[in-house]
Design a protein around this ligand. Structure first.
Ligand code: SF4
Length: 783
C-alpha cells in the first residue's frame, strides 16, 4: 500500500492568533460551554481511592476511550500532552473496586430499579455469577462450574444455534483475534462486533470504492489541508482531542466545513483546555455549516457533482481532476449520467439545501488543491449508509483528493478497539487478512490448521432476532455469548430486544460491569463472567486507532479484581473444553504468541509481533492508502459508484427524527445535561418555526410517536433544519423500527418518521393513537 511513512507529531505554534478567538471575554464567561477544570476535579475526586494507579493508566496506557489513539499522554499528530474528559470519565471503570457482595447478590428486582449509569457505579464484577429461572438473585459460581455449563450446552447445540458478540471499549486486537479464531474452531461464523452499529458501512463502502476499509489518511493531514469537511460527525464532542487538531488546522489556514441537520454548538466554538489561548478566549471552528435534511446527504453530494459537471461544460478542468480520473478511476460516465439526470428541484427537496448553497460547496472544493473528508454516524446509521459513504468517496475520487498529503477519507471512530475488530476477524464477513472468499479462507485455514465453516454467519441484529424463531429452526439462537455490550440500550426497539434476550436459553455476559441487559431473564441461565481491563492483562495488548496506528498498551501495576481473567484466555479455556481432542490448535500461552500469529494471519499487521514496550506503535499501510492514486483494488483503480437518491417520503404532518449524543461515551451517560447546548437527555430538539406551527412552546412537554413507540420529552428550540427533529441516543431508540438493516453492511436504520404533539392533547386522545401495537402484529413481523 502506501510507501511513505508517517513523520510523527508536530509542534503547535505558541503565538496567539486573535482572529480565531470566540470573544475577548475570558473563559467564555456567560456562554453555555463545558467546564473542563470542574470536570477534571470531579474525576480526581471519583478516583481518589486509587489515584496513583489512575495516574499510571493515564501516563502509561493507551486510551480506552475513543479511537483517536493516545498512548500515555502522547499521540502521533501533535506533541503532547493530551487528555480529554472522555478519557477521564471512563478512567473510573479501570480504577474502581469490586461490587459489594450484598449488592451483587441483592434481589434482582432491586438491581433492576437502577439505570445503567447507577449499575456502572456499583463497581466491577468480582467473580463468576449465575441466575437460573426462579432464582431471585445472582449466586456465586466457580470458573470451572461456569465454563462447564457453557461448554456442555454448546456441545449439545448446532454451531448455527449459538453466537458471539464483542463490544469495542477497551477490547484489544489480541482478544478480537482469539475470539474470531475460537468461533471458527467451534464451527460457527455467528460472530459480530460493535462496529456493526457504527461504522460497518464505512468499511463496506470504502472497500468497494477504493479497495480498503480504513481511513486512507492521518489526523496530521487535517493540519494545512485546504478544506476539512466534517460530514455527520461531531468530533468535538465524541473525540475531544481532535479539537486541538482543528485548532492547528485553522492556524494553517484550513477552512472547516460542517454538514449536519443540527448546527452543533461544539463544532462552532470550542475552548481547548490545553491550549492557553483557546482556553481563555475560545476558538472559532466551523467556517461554514450546511444544515442538510436527515438522509439528504446523497442528494447534497449529487448537487455538488452536478455543479461540477456544469462548470466542466463551461470550462474543461475547472472542477474535475481529469488526469486523476483518467488514470485512476472507473465508472465516470455512469456516475455523470446518474447525477445529471436529477433536476435541481429534486436535489433541493431531498437535501433541504438550495441550489446556490450546493453550488457554493462545489466551487469551494473545485478551487481547492486538497481536502480531507471526515464522517461518522450521521452518514453511516442509515438504511443507505454504504451509499452515503461511497458518495463521499465519489467526491474525493473526482477531485483526486486521495493518496497524498492533506487529502483523504476518514471514518472517525468512537471506540478505542473498533478499528481492529473487523481486521482481526471478529466479524461474520471477515477473516484476518481479508474476506470470507475461498482464497483467503484457504490461506487462513492453513495457518490455523482447521477448516473454517463456509456458511454465512449472522450479524448481531439478526442473531438477536433468531432468539424468537420457532424452537426447531436451524438458526434458533439458544446461546448468546457477549463480551460487553448492552443491546437493550443500543439496538432499536428495546421492548423487542428484551423479548429476544429473554428467549435465549443461556446468555453469557463477559464484562467488567453490570448493565441493564445483564439483568434480563433467560430461559435456562444468565451467566456473568468477570473480565480484566486492557491495563490488567498480563503481557499487555494492542489496539488500532482510526488512522491505522497499532498501539501497544502495557500491563499496568495496580490493584486487581478478585477473579477477573484476560478475555482471550477465557475463550481459549472454553474452546478447549468443547473440543479437547484438537485443543493444541487453539492454545495460546500468552499475548506475545497471539501477536506472532496475527502477524502471519493478517499480513497488514506484520510488525505487531515486535510491540512489547510502552509507547511502541506502528502504522499499517503507511501514511496514505491509495498513495499516488493506486488503490488496492484488483485493477488498481478507484470505483465511482452511481446511486439513486433515497426515497424519503414523509407522510403528511410527520417529521424525520434522528439521534444525537450528549455528554456520554457511546451508550454510557455521564451527565443528564449536555454542556454544549444545555439540553436535557429528554429534550426534543426542534426548529422553532416548526414548533410554532404546532402551537408548541419552548420547554413544553411533547410526545414524539409513531407505530414503533412513543417518547415523552420537552421541546427545545435549536438551530435544526426545519422538518427534522433530534432526540438523544439511546433514549430515542424506542422510536426506531426493528429489523430494518442496510442491505450491504447490516447496520440498523436509526432514523424514522414521527409525529410530534403537545403532551396534553396526546394524552387526551391517547387511545386513538397508533402506538399500542397488537401482540399478534409483532409476532407476525418476527416469524
Ligand atoms: S480524544 Fe479519544 S483517544 Fe484522545 S484522550 Fe480523548 S478519548 Fe482518548
Amino acid at each position: 500500500m502506501g510507501k511513505t511513512k508517517h513523520t510523527g507529531p508536530v509542534k503547535l505554534s505558541k503565538k496567539p492568533d486573535p482572529s480565531l478567538w470566540v470573544s475577548k471575554v475570558p473563559f467564555g464567561l456567560g456562554k453555555v460551554k463545558p467546564h473542563h477544570i470542574r470536570d477534571t476535579m470531579k474525576v480526581v475526586w471519583e478516583n481518589k481511592d486509587n489515584l496513583p494507579y489512575a495516574t499510571r493508566i493515564l501516563t502509561q496506557g493507551v486510551c480506552d476511550g475513543c479511537a483517536l489513539g493516545v498512548s500515555g499522554l502522547q499521540d502521533q499528530t501533535l506533541k503532547g500532552p493530551h487528555v480529554c474528559t472522555t478519557r477521564l470519565n471512563v478512567l473510573r471503570l479501570n480504577t474502581m473496586s469490586a461490587i459489594k457482595e450484598d449488592v451483587l447478590h441483592a434481589e434482582i428486582d432491586e438491581l433492576r430499579k437502577m439505570s445503567s449509569t447507577e449499575l456502572r457505579k456499583l463497581g466491577r464484577i468480582p467473580y463468576p455469577i449465575m441466575r437460573e429461572p426462579g432464582e431471585k438473585s445472582f449466586r456465586r459460581i466457580s470458573w470451572d462450574e461456569a465454563l462447564h455449563k457453557i461448554s456442555e450446552k454448546m456441545k449439545a447445540l448446532d454451531p448455527k444455534q449459538y453466537a458471539f458478540y464483542t463490544t469495542s471499549r477497551g477490547i484489544t486486537n489480541e482478544v478480537y483475534y482469539t475470539l474470531g479464531k475460537v468461533a471458527r474452531y467451534l464451527g460457527t461464523n455467528n460472530i459480530d462486533n460493535a462496529s456493526r452499529i457504527c461504522h460497518s458501512p464505512s468499511k463496506t463502502a470504502l472497500s468497494r470504492s477504493v479497495g480498503v476499509g480504513a481511513s486512507t489518511c492521518n489526523y496530521k493531514d487535517w493540519i494545512g489541508t485546504d478544506v476539512l469537511v466534517f460530514w455527520g460527525s461531531v468530533a468535538a464532542n465524541n473525540q475531544p482531542v481532535s479539537t486541538k487538531y482543528m485548532y492547528a488546522a485553522k492556524r494553517k489556514g484550513t477552512k472547516i466545513i460542517v454538514i449536519n441537520p443540527y448546527h452543533e454548538p461544539s463544532m462552532d466554538n470550542y475552548w481547548v483546555p490545553s491550549i492557553p489561548e483557546s482556553a481563555l478566549f475560545g476558538t472559532k471552528i466551523a467556517d461554514d455549516v450546511y444544515q442538510v435534511n436527515i438522509g439528504g446527504d446523497i442528494a447534497f453530494m449529487h448537487g455538488v457533482m452536478k455543479h461540477w459537471f456544469e462548470m466542466e461544460a463551461e470550462e474543461s478542468g475547472s472542477a474535475i481532476n481529469h488526469d486523476f480520473v483518467k488514470e485512476h478511476v472507473n465508472g465516470f460516465h455512469e456516475l455523470k449520467e446518474k447525477v445529471t439526470a436529477y433536476s435541481w428541484e429534486q436535489l433541493e427537496k431531498s437535501s433541504g439545501l438550495s441550489k446556490a448553497r450546493m453550488q457554493e460547496l462545489a466551487k469551494l472544493l473545485a478551487k481547492s488543491n486538497s481536502a480531507v473528508f471526515v464522517w461518522s454516524m450521521g452518514l453511516t446509521q442509515h438504511r443507505f449508509g454504504t451509499d452515503n459513504v461511497s458518495q463521499i468517496a465519489n467526491l474525493a475520487l473526482l477531485r483526486g483528493f486521495i493518496g497524498r498529503e492533506h487529502c483523504g477519507l476518514m471514518p472517525i471512530r468512537g471506540h478505542s478497539g473498533v478499528q481492529g475488530s473487523g481486521e482481526m476477524g471478529a466479524d461474520p464477513f471477515v477473516l484476518p487478512g481479508g474476506g470470507m472468499d475461498e482464497k483467503n479462507r484457504k490461506r487462513v485455514e492453513k495457518i490455523w490448521g482447521f477448516d473454517i465453516p463456509k456458511w454465512q454467519g449472522d450479524i448481531v441484529g439478526v442473531s438477536l432476532e433468531n432468539a424468537v424463531l420457532p424452537e426447531d429452526h436451524e438458526r434458533k439462537l439458544k446461546l448468546y455469548y457477549m463480551s460487553g455490550g448492552n443491546f437493550l440500550e443500543t439496538m432499536p426497539n428495546p421492548d423487542f430486544v428484551k423479548e429476544c434476550l429473554e428467549n435465549v436459553n443461556i446468555r453469557v455476559h463477559q464484562d467488567i460491569i453490570l448493565n441493564t441487559s445483564t439483568l434480563v431473564d433467560a430461559k435456562e441461565a444468565v451467566i456473568v463472567l468477570p473480565a480484566m481491563t486492557r491495563y490488567e492483562q498480563p503481557g499487555g495488548g494492542t489496539s488500532t486507532s482510526t488512522e491505522r496506528m497499532v498501539y501497544f498498551s502495557p500491563e499496568i501495576k495496580g490493584p486487581r479484581i478478585e477473579e477477573a481473567r484476560p478475555e482471550w484466555e477465557i475463550y481459549v479455556d472454553l474452546a478447549k473444553r468443547i473440543k479437547p481432542e484438537e485443543k493444541h490448535l487453539i492454545d495460546f500461552k500468552d499475548p506475545f504468541e497471539i501477536r506472532e500469529e496475527i502477524a502471519k494471519a493478517a499480513p497488514n499487521y506484520d510488525g505487531i509481533q515486535h510491540l512489547k514496550d510502552r509507547g511502541d506503535v506502528f502504522q499499517w499501510g503507511g501514511a496514505w492508502l491509495c498513495e499516488d492514486g493506486i488503490c488496492p483494488t484488483p485493477d488498481g483503480k478507484g470505483n465511482l459508484i452511481a446511486m439513486d437518491i433515497p426515497e424519503l417520503r414523509k407522510p403528511e404532518g410527520h417529521f424525520y427524527v434522528t439521534t444525537r449524543r450528549g455528554k456520554q461515551f457511546n451508550s454510557m451517560i455521564y451527565d443528564e445535561k449536555d454542556p454544549f447546548n444545555d439540553a436535557d437527555r429528554y429534550d426534543v430538539l426542534m426548529n422553532e418555526s416548526d414548533a410554532k406551527e404546532l402551537g408548541i412552546k419552548e420547554g413544553q412537554p411533547v410526545v414524539v410517536y409513531n407505530q414503533h413507540g412513543s417518547f415523552n420529552g420537552n421541546a427545545k428550540f435549536v438551530s435544526l433544519k426545519s422538518g427534522n427533529v433530534e432526540v438523544h441516543w439511546p433514549e430515542g431508540n424506542v422510536l426506531i423500527p426493528k429489523g430494518v438493516y442496510e442491505h450491504l453492511a447490516g447496520i440498523p436504520e436509526y432514523n424514522t418518521a414521527v409525529i410530534i404533539e403537545k403532551a396534553e392533547t396526546y394524552f387526551a386522545h391517547k387511545d386513538t393513537k397508533y402506538v399500542e401495537k397488537r401482540i399478534e402484529e409483532l409476532e407476525m413481523e418476527t416469524s
